[in-house]
Design a protein around this ligand. Structure first.
Ligand code: ADP
Length: 295
């Protein structure tokens, strides 16, 4: 099983010809509400890959919270560890213009109320093959989760997004760090992905830097770095490509597959997700991923 300790957000997406400037009002083309949040996205990605998934976090006591929870249960995800906190659910207010450019306001809402583990969470984590962590919950909660996973010998996989300085204690409790190239640069102050990965290996034993259409770079202490190209596809929407990759990678590793094979399989899952619009909507099933990975 895969455990996720992370965020749930309702994405409120406004499609506009051109984003408004300060003080300006524009007429948009369309509006959509779609379940998101990096934690929930990774949980859905793992569930579509066929894993048993438990989600730990919080939704708000509002209509969005009801919808966020039911989006997870619709994918068979166990939400017993997903609290309903007082107040609003997390929301992301997204403006997408005709060029595909976006600007985003995230209001953490219920996610900010997750400050540690609660009854049952440690058991949920202990029963998993891996714990997936991101940085959309308060750091103290992320740390508590990482510590619990460590105590039970559960692999911790950290997506360091949104990018921020990481406490040494969190890095010390991380088995696999999966930054995209911007996050890797922000963490190290370096630009070349290979150098970033080498620098990060001083803090964690394994790193995967995701490079968009250029694929991924894997580095581990004492081993030659491995570069895995992405399948060549026509991308229409790369939202949650990284989350799809991480969810699929965790499932493959949890099944005991070797890292190179797991990386290729997760790259296939992510490549499928970018060919379709949406975040959770775009995530492939296990059969689809198998078909592309074997092609
Ligand atoms: P994030 O979504 O976190 O910004 P990336 O842009 O690096 O991260 O994308 C994550 C992964 O998704 C990539 O490593 C790759 O496997 C896949 N991916 C992203 N964009 C494309 C693309 N245009 N074609 C094929 N695969 C892609």
């Amino acid at each position: 099983a895969i455990a996720v300790l992370g965020s749930t957000n309702m994405d409120l997406v406004a499609y506009v010809p051109k984003a408004p400037r300060l003080g300006e009002t524009v007429t948009g083309r369309a509006f959509r509400t779609v379940p998101g949040g990096k934690g929930a996205n990774q949980a859905v990605a793992a569930a579509r890959c066929g894993a048993r998934v438990v989600m730990i976090g919080a939704v708000g006591a509002d209509e969005f919270g009801v919808r966020l929870r039911s989006a997870l249960t619709a994918d068979g995800i166990d939400t017993a560890g997903l609290r309903t906190a007082e107040g609003a659910s997390g929301t992301a207010h997204i403006t997408v213009d005709d060029e595909g450019g976006n600007s985003i306001i995230v209001i953490p809402g219920a996610n900010a109320r997750v400050t540690g583990l609660e009854a049952g969470d440690e058991t949920r984590i202990a029963a998993a093959d891996a714990l997936l962590l991101q940085l959309e919950l308060p750091l103290e909660a992320v740390l508590a989760g990482a510590r619990a996973a460590r105590a039970h010998g559960v692999r911790t996989v950290l997506t360091p997004a949104p990018a921020q300085t990481l406490p040494g204690e969190l890095l010390a409790a991380t088995d696999l760090l999966v930054p995209n190239e911007h996050e890797a640069a922000a963490l190290t102050g370096l630009t070349d992905p290979g150098r970033c990965a080498a620098a990060l290996l001083e803090a964690v034993p394994e790193v995967v830097v995701t490079l968009g259409a250029a694929g991924v770079l894997y580095a581990a202490r004492g081993r030659e770095p491995l570069s895995v190209p992405a399948p060549r596809v026509r991308a229409v929407d790369t939202t949650a490509a990284g989350d799809t990759f991480v969810g699929a990678l965790a499932v493959a590793l949890g099944e005991g597959r070797p890292m190179p094979e797991a990386l290729r399989w997760a790259s296939a899952a992510a490549a499928l997700s970018v060919q379709r619009p949406g975040a959770q909507d775009s995530m492939p099933t296990r059969a689809e991923t198998d078909a592309l990975a074997l092609a």
